[in-house]
Write a protein that binds this ligand. Sequence first.
Ligand code: AMP
Length: 114
Amino acid sequence: MTETIFDKILAHQIPVQIVFEDADVLAFKDIAPQAKVHVLVIPKKKARNLSELQTWAAQDVGLFFQKVAVVAAHLGLEKTGYRTVLNTGSDGGQSVDYIHAHLLGGEPLSGNFS
Ligand code: AMP
């Protein structure tokens, strides 16, 4: 799999503002924040995007999403809420081919998909 900028971030070769790290995930501030709080959560086990999670064991998929919730709680976003976004592929606007969940919050967000 081609190395991406997030592989380098995970290897601590590129400096980022880390907000949470454990054995399973790394979470860091987005370089171009779209909200007061904008954090990216990446699993240490690599996948290109959400589609590729079809090849993962369900337990690993669940663990990743559970950790996204853990990071949101760690950031204090639970009380007021937050938005979670996973862009997949070119039509989805994915610009980095390493799966990442955007966590956005810290203020009321405009727009929704309903
Ligand atoms: P996406 O468009 O869903 O693939 O999101 C990729 C995100 O990565 C964008 O929101 C970028 O601002 C962010 N990003 C790219 N490079 C860096 C970096 N070096 N540090 C932090 N965030 C980054």
